[in-house]
Ligand binder design. Sequence first.
Ligand code: PLP
Length: 387
Amino acid sequence: MDPRDDARIDTLAVHGGERRPGPEGSLVFPIYQGTVYTVEPGTDYHDLKYIRLNSTPSQVYLHDKLAALEGAEAGLATASGMAALTSVLHTLLRPGDHILASDCLYGGTHDFLTGHAADLGWTYTFVDPQSPDTWAAAKTPSTRLFLVETITNPMMRVARLRDVVAFARREGLTTVCDNTFASPVNFRPLSVGFDVAFHSATKYLNGHSDVVAGAVLGSAELIGRIRRTVNHYGGSLDPHAGFLLARGLKTLAVRMRAQNHNALTLAQFLSEHPKIAAVNYPGLASHPDHAHASALLSGFGGMLSLRMAGGLDAAKALLDALRIPAVAPSLGGVESLVTRPAITSHAGMSPADRERIGITDDLIRVSTGIEDAADLVEDFGQALDKV
Ligand code: PLP
């Protein structure tokens, strides 16, 4: 079936990109594991069917499914979220170019810029994605690209995404949005005018903590160029992993809604608990971005972070006492996870940089899974009693 443009996200998750009838009548698109296929006369190099060239049947099917979910003209899967990010940047930037980047990026993205941009001849300035009036001063004549995340990790700030698009259009910049934390269920960057959306598909898109993958979405022209970069750098996704990702995508909408609900329920409970000093969740009225997040997002996401009134020792004690969530980094799977970003996702940042954006040593990040919200609340309640 061709996904209907006006179908809702639940329907797109199940039917988007699906072939009807499928090969040999198969309802589930099979894994075409062959690396290479016979050549039709006149085939362009990048259209030869070869796994690294992203052109084999299972890969093309997955690309169509990803595109349907983000409402994009075209999509591309990559070997990881970092492969998605780096392929986008390598396609859009040349030596001498300057990037405006959010000052609260995922640690790996931050470390890529600080560790590699200079070698590639790129410069960057970190800007506060909540303060549009500061961006013009940070822009230089060489600025080409504005890089932001929908919801920042781990403070759960929601960037002024419409302002980013308006500013970039005025200034002739390409806009790139890491939509990992929102997923297309809660926000679709292309629908407000972003040029490129990308994901760590390792997280919500796959949703089962068993695949590392990335996804890039945009116009057919832009995705064609990014695909050539991926083809040359060799960061393509294997069809076996792609099969798992496509299977995960079919339940994305129901999973994400459960995670939105669980995170909101838990955030409300924690924000009223005397042993909790602060809860960062955009669905709470107390969150600094609540008003514009409510206008922008269809759901506030499955991620929240908190600080204990008792500081680092209390944070460690809470992690020890929780029974349901495992202590592990990463996020977006069906199981709840808790972690301290200062020693995991943001360990590569200097303590001063971490402190500046609120990532204190005692900050705990929670990725809510799809368990029953009442069980999560009870578990945090019993753990807090022991702290
Ligand atoms: N972007 C965000 C927001 C992430 O959280 C992550 C990983 O945690 C990445 C990108 C990188 O993704 P991957 O680990 O799939 O390479």
